[in-house]
Design a protein around this ligand. Structure first.
Ligand SMILES: Cc1ncc(C[n+]2csc(CCOP(=O)(O)OP(=O)(O)O)c2C)c(N)n1
Ligand SMILES: [Mg+2]
Length: 566
């Protein structure tokens, strides 16, 4: 942080380094190993640490993660998660002394080689005089253009070497050292924010004028660029319905009357029908993943498709488009807003909004349903609570039924689908947002992966309300086995294999409650909120039916309105 010339933001660090910090790691870590609360934060398991950093990264950029030797490989899942969801995280790893590099020394691993395909860039620092420059460059790279992870691997001798360096305030980094020449030479490099082409903007203005049935997709780029206000105005100005991708949650309020909910595999009928019938589809900061553009050849087949994205490499990658604008979502939307008159598309909107935006699941007084759990959370918890999810059916239910109002309110692993992401994410979110209630929505499968991080939560007093959707199954996989594989269930049942989650919480000194009836929900949430206000986490284990499914569902590779379930 000193090298970066900024206040300690968010930093986590492995145990070993904390111990060695004073003696050896001054250059890298001096003043950096503290959270805003002045806490050094260590984690029990290194992979979950990367999720924490990713999450803090989703909330605020510039996260630093420092690891040592044999933990390096444990970072890879977290790095891939950050890469797929464009989180700006700098990972600093420590390798063997440079005279041992390439000799298969104890715990040596070529981490820069391993992580090259899942980072924006990697650095191996063998010379302490290059360290300051490298750190500045790595942070600039992680933050700039399309955000993403960067790895700096430092040989052990460098971590204990000393040299003089010139502290530079953040504003001067771009003009210093190697970074300055990189930026000078950059043409389209991610170090340079692309400037939107005004002709491209004008062309889209014309296309909007010609459209009778426009539709928008709000992607993760809107969230990353914090362009939610501009996006809201854009929606109003062209009077178009908006579908939201998983990563776009909070880019436009899920409560907004113009939103049709999620699009794609588990998209709402309204979103998927709108996509199928629109004459102009404008996707902002979305990469048309296979979960959205399930069958690219027929995706939005009646529409001209326009892609607004910061990353040129995304254009025409998954879906063939008719027009594109390269640029940061906020900048492009502002340029559009300056040029666009007010439109009205009442008939089209009425048509789209006549389809269901949310699945109506039956309510029951005796059996707990996922919708009842989520409705109780929405009713009882503050509206601005941060929600971190794991991966599976519970993730889809949460995204479908909880409505997110601002960027960073939903924290989830979209691109990589990393089971076990949620708890680290939630702890990271609480650390960065001590005044907000943080809810961790998880499944019985995911919670088993990193549940031991309750220790971190309890030790540092970072209270998270964990809500387990306990269907005694790897439910999402079971759903596929039910619907696509003719009920040939294999390796998805966790029946009689799970711990008692309430006792599990108790083992970490946290309270919990098992809920089997709808009537017990409110009391459990009330108690959880009271515990959370006292700085203690809480676990609610909700027993739901194993046969609950995520509706709607379109099978991968199929046309977007070919619903297996509606
Ligand atoms: C590390 C990892 N392993 C496997 C998968 C495949 N997978 C996706 S969802 C899922 C089931 C998750 O089970 P659970 O946490 O109980 O959630 P549920 O679907 O039951 O709500 C699995 C196995 C994955 N995404 N990540
Ligand atoms: Mg489950």
């Amino acid at each position: 942080m000193r090298i970066l010339g900024i206040d300690p933001g968010y930093a986590t660090i492995g145990f070993g380094l904390i111990e060695r910090e004073r003696a050896q790691y001054r250059m890298v870590t001096y003043g950096a190993i503290t959270t805003p609360a002045g806490l050094p934060l260590s984690r029990r398991l290194y992979q979950i640490g990367t999720d924490m950093e990713d999450l803090i990264g989703q909330l605020k950029p510039d996260v630093i993660s420092i690891e040592e030797l044999f933990f390096n490989t444990n970072l890879t899942t977290g790095i891939a998660t950050a890469y797929m969801d464009s989180s700006s995280v700098v990972f600093i790893s420590c390798n063997v002394p440079q005279n041992l590099i390439g000799r298969d020394a104890f715990q040596e691993v070529d981490i820069t080689g391993i992580t090259m395909p899942i980072t924006k860039s990697t650095y191996l620092v063998r010379d302490v005089t290059k360290l300051a420059d490298t750190v500045r460059e790595a942070f600039a790279l992680a933050r700039s253009g399309r955000p993403g992870p960067v790895v700096i691997d430092i040989t052990r001798d460098v971590t204990s070497a000393e040299c003089d360096y010139e502290p530079l305030p953040l504003e001067q980094h771009a003009a210093s050292g190697h970074l300055a020449s990189l930026i000078r030479r950059a043409y389209t490099s991610s170090l340079k924010m692309p400037e939107a082409d005004l002709d491209d903007v004008e062309k889209l203005v014309e296309m909007i004028a010609e459209s009778q049935k426009p539709m928008l997709i709000c992607g993760g780029g809107v969230v990353r660029s914090r362009a939610h206000e501009e996006f809201r105005q854009f929606v109003r100005r062209i009077d178009a319905p908006v579908a939201i991708t998983v990563m776009g949650g909070g880019g436009v309020s899920g409560r907004d009357v113009m939103t049709t909910g999620m699009i794609g595999m588990h998209g709402s009928v309204a979103s998927n029908m709108a996509c199928d019938n629109c004459d102009l589809l404008i996707a902002v900061g979305c990469r048309f993943s296979d979960r959205v553009a399930l069958k690219p050849e027929t995706f939005a087949h009646q529409a001209k498709i326009v892609h607004i994205d910061i990353d040129r490499a995304e254009i025409n990658k998954n879906v063939q488009t008719d027009h594109h604008i390269i640029g940061d979502a906020k900048q492009v939307l502002n340029l559009l807003l300056e040029r666009l008159p007010q439109y009205e598309h009442k008939e089209w909107k009425d048509f789209v909004l006549s389809f269901p935006r949310e699945t109506e699941y039956g309510e029951s007084e005796s059996v707990l349903t996922p919708k009842q759990v989520l409705s109780a959370i929405a009713r009882k918890c503050p509206q601005d609570s941060i929600v971190a999810t794991d991966v599976g059916q519970h993730q889809m239910w949460a995204i479908q039924h909880l409505h997110f109002d601002y960027p960073g309110q939903l924290l989830t692993s979209g691109g990589f689908g990393t089971m076990g992401f949620g708890l680290g994410a939630a702890i990271g979110a609480k650390q960065g947002n001590p005044d907000k209630t943080v809810i961790h929505i998880t499944g019985d499968g995911c919670f088993r992966m990193n549940g031991n991080e309750l220790a971190t939560e309890a030790y540092y007093g970072l209270p998270v309300i964990t809500v387990i959707f306990n269907n005694r199954n790897l439910g999402m996989v079971r759903q596929w086995q039910s619907l696509i594989y003719d009920r040939r269930y294999s390796q998805t049942s966790l029946e009689n294999r799970s711990p008692d989650f309430v006792k599990f919480a108790d083992a970490f000194g946290l309270k919990g409650r098992r809920v089997t009836q709808p009537s017990e929900l409110e009391e459990a949430i009330t108690e959880a909120l009271a515990e959370s206000a006292q700085g203690r986490g809480y676990v609610i284990d909700c027993a739901i039916n194993a046969d609950e499914m995520v509706h709607p569902m379109v099978n991968g590779g199929h046309h977007i309105t070919e619903f297996l379930l509606s």
